[in-house]
Design a binder for this molecule. Sequence first.
Ligand SMILES: NC(=O)c1ccc[n+]([C@@H]2O[C@H](COP(=O)([O-])OP(=O)(O)OC[C@H]3O[C@@H](n4cnc5c(N)ncnc54)[C@H](OP(=O)(O)O)[C@@H]3O)[C@@H](O)[C@H]2O)c1
Length: 314
Amino acid sequence: MLANVWVKLAPDVSASATKILITGAGGQIGSRVKVMAQRVGYSVTALGYDQLDITDAGAVTKTLSRLSPDVIVNCAAYTDVDKAEQEPDVADALNAIGPANIAKASPDNCLLIHLSTDYVFNGNAIHAYLEEDLPHPETVYGKSKLDGEKQVLALHPFSIILRTAWVYSTTHRNFLKTMMDIGRKRKDMRVVDDQIGSPTLADDIADAIVQITHLATTSKFDTSKVGIYHYTGAGNTSWYGFAKTIFAQLELETGLKIDISPIPTQAYPTPAKRPLFSVLSTEKISGTFDIKPVPWEQRVRETVSKVISMEQNQ
Ligand SMILES: NC(=O)c1ccc[n+]([C@@H]2O[C@H](COP(=O)([O-])OP(=O)(O)OC[C@H]3O[C@@H](n4cnc5c(N)ncnc54)[C@H](OP(=O)(O)O)[C@@H]3O)[C@@H](O)[C@H]2O)c1
């Protein structure tokens, strides 16, 4: 069991009256939001891609008017950063037009929480990015996500854009699980050391979303709090540092030793140019909603342990 993740999420008997709709509910973050929201006792409708295609404006309008939710959490997205370079129209349909469909059809008093990304920045900053810093994406994915943010804020001002980064979990395809899989097949590995960001556990994002939902559906939420927020794990590292922490825990738990060496980005070219520095400041979300990021190393160690114990119980 991950320490602290559930602490603020004791079942709330009055929560059952609050209707939450989650789109993209089968994804890495959406599936965790579903679990956390159900745990609190909200009335949750979680729709995967097969149940609601957010690019289908008619279906979105029909679903939202039928459900009349109090809060919508849009976790649906095109997230293949490299493939997006080859199919910008598909990325745009999902990351910009889809969110616009949801924003247009959202009831006036329904809070729309929309996920976005650190990749809206170009990574040339020398300080942690603030919400008011000017985005300047350099990838198709980043541009489509920025477009989605703008559409949401313009079409449904009662929205929160939650930018996050470097997401992993015990399920789905992600960096932590890929490293664990490769580490078991190879004795040595080279990982990029000059891209800096903040690893973030999907459960913690879901926890933050549920806390915002709680405030938004009680008297504690004042509408001036809408807008853009950043939320990631606390602290930052490189992909190499992230991998080293994963392997240190893997060795501690299983005795498996993996040699890892740092390489520069040029030695591992990818179709999409990643930002070199995409650390997001989380001061605004902490100050406004009292949501405190958890140190990334702690969460990575806990998650490696959890993946191992899940495998042993299979
Ligand atoms: N993962 C990260 O490192 C990261 C970092 C920063 C920000 N974010 C943001 O966080 C959000 C969620 O990311 P994630 O990691 O949970 O991604 P994910 O696991 O790829 O989930 C996205 C979900 O959207 C679904 N989907 C695809 N097309 C759809 C459509 N037309 N209508 C409805 N659903 C559709 C996908 O279904 P299928 O799987 O069936 O296609 C998938 O279940 C995104 O907004 C992303 O930009 C993620």
